[in-house]
Design a protein around this ligand. Sequence first.
Ligand code: AMP
Ligand code: GLY
Length: 428
Amino acid sequence: MNVLVVGNGAREHAMVQAVMRSEKVEKVFVAPGNGGTALMGGKVCNVSLKATDPEGLFRFAEEHQVELTIVGPEQPLELGIVDLFRSAGKKITGPTKAAARLESSKAFAKEFMMRYGIPTAGYHVFHDVLSANNHIENSPAATFPKVIKASGLCAGKGVFIALDREEALQANNDLFEERIFGDAADEVIVEDFLKGQEASVFVLTDGTRYRLFLPAQDHKRIGDGDTGKNTGGMGAYSPAPMVTEEVMRKVEERIIRPTLRGMTEDGSPYTGFLYVGLMIDNGEPSVVEYNARLGDPETQVVLPLLKSDFITALEACFNEKLSEVPFEMHEGKSASTVVIASGGYPDHYETGKVVSIASDMDSLEQCMVFHAGTSYENGSLLTAGGRVFSVTALGDTLRESIDRAYQAVGKISFEGAYYRKDIGAKAL
Ligand code: AMP
Ligand code: GLY
């Protein structure tokens, strides 16, 4: 079959790799893809269509006999790509525009969780700066830190942790008055600060049945020891030991099942990948956020750990067979991924730097170099984004996977390359 993967990051590169492991696949189109998917060659072909062009992607899928489309990022979901494909009877993995509101509107997600008793931080929603400031002025000092969030999509960057009133008022100002996230902050959530350990759980669902990938942990801050600004994610590992079997049981019982049931009851059944961002405090999980997709960089550890056929599982979502197909992980294996970013990320950074990868990279065992922001032009590999690579390795232990990943990172160089040195250290 022909498959179309939508997106251009390391997540999509990892998806293409997982798709390619399936014997069922004849050709994989990636729109728009990156330097890494361009270099795969053979059955893999980049298509110069933007992820934010659902109509163009639909026409392409029709013209090229694409039987299954897999959506990586959230923007096309919010634009209704799944609704469009489905209305023409074309298979696509992901939630409808209405169901994707679990990610695209934090106000919707919070209200939904409250209504279905799904554990999450207490919150208030505001539509103007005066009432938001009023709320902050009237909040006792002991209720800080508070978390202030734009309701709409901000590429993971629309969240402020305000330690006191002054910082909270500043955040209100940045969101409502300076409009640093534009319309995404027409609604603003002020929520209670949750303490504990963060982890992410990934679900594949047809709306009723679901299967679980292994839990993972991201590293969102730019600096070692979780310091500095929030980023799209600087590294990840899986499985995440704080998500014990007991915690996972609670997550299924209190979060995943009520979420799927609630969405169906509300008339927008949730299909595709569901990312549940968790805070776990003393073994009690609550939801920090939902995403309507797989995580980046978490996908780069979660998919390499999937042993059974990815395409078989995705197809099973369309014929009520999801509970019957194999969905197995590599037993006893761990995976780690280290993101190599452009110097200056997540603020200003330069692109167009020539990348060199040592020729003995291929000799490293169980390592995979996923490209995030690269382009391949006239025989040269160039940097083309903030996050440039996500270097993954598998191992029999977490330690082994981390050591291998860093060994591979050492073989990649470009001017200004930056990466965290402590990925996975928390779990050791
Ligand atoms: P979000 O985009 O909602 O995932 O938020 C980004 C990051 O902000 C999360 O990964 C957490 O590290 C942090 N965060 C968000 N909400 C809370 C909360 N209520 N309590 C503590 N930390 C939070
Ligand atoms: N790794 C965080 C995200 O994908 O949103």
